[in-house]
Design a binder for this molecule. Sequence first.
Ligand code: SF4
Ligand code: SF4
Length: 348
Amino acid sequence: MKVLKPKRPISAGIILSYRCTGECKHCMYACSPRWENLWMDRDLFRFAVEKLASFSSQLYRGVGDRILGVNYGFHLTGGEPFINFPLLVSYVELASKIGLPSIFVETNCFWCISDEIVRNRLMMLKESGLHGILVSVNPFMLEHVDFGNVKRCVKIALDVFGYRNTMVYHPYFYRQAEEIGVQGKLSFEEYLRVASAKNYTITEILNPSIILPMGRLCYKLSRFYGKRGFKSYLGERCLDELTRPWHIHIDCYGNYIPGYCGGISLGDVRRIDEILEEGVNLSDKPVLEALSGGIHELYKLSVEGYGYKPIDEGYISKCHLCLDIRRYLALEVGGFKELQPVELYKYI
Ligand code: SF4
Ligand code: SF4
């Protein structure tokens, strides 16, 4: 029996819901207001947190209430977790009681409409056991969130959680938005116009060290990227990404998602002990089996087995090719248990 052996997670994001207040053009998890209003069930949350806490207790000893970075610790995320604030508070309380170290929440700040609201909510979360916050800022969320909200959140979070436990992702874009004088919300076309007038190049606006060429970006922003035919990606492999121990995700349906690979499930997290000890059984997961052999195997399976036709204009990255094949398999063929949640492929 062929198996894939993921490493025991040392940091993770818990996707409480895929529902978001906006639909960023670069979202890796295809979040959107169009998703069903489904939130992680409390028993599943408790189970996931107990497991993650037990895996990480040694590693975070002595630094449990400090946020060390985006790829360390455990973040509650979405979608947008503040859409369901009562649930967020109660889950933070539960995670804190269980002893999960380095807990932070990620937000797009849609809710930060007054100083009073921000301070009250952040204080409430801190008192419930939250250690810190990650504030998102980039040109795409500014299409649907006022930059003033972001600034307000950062200012008050610094006061509530301190410098060490307040992260902005990414400070590069925060500075860029300030420098080009963003006020309120603005469309990406407008952002491009204003930033170009301040001599920012497209590469500086889509900073490739921060904005990864995967997820919805492959469809919504591909015009800004160079493309290559499928053949140039066939030598690529993904074993590291599929098995890495850092920044894995667990979603509201219970999917164990490797790294940033939205739409791929290694299995139900309720069976995480089996997944980690015995490995993921690939015999009933042909797409994952092919991917674990490399992009060439995924390509071969999709073309020879299921009639996938490559895009004439080419792909911006290996993840674009991978996602396009998976989207075809999930939506046009169907029945692959490793391609979950299927809605992600609809909303990409
Ligand atoms: S990137 Fe963040 S703010 Fe944007 S759609 Fe995705 S979850 Fe929502
Ligand atoms: S090519 Fe696919 S499996 Fe590999 S890192 Fe990208 S999304 Fe993940």
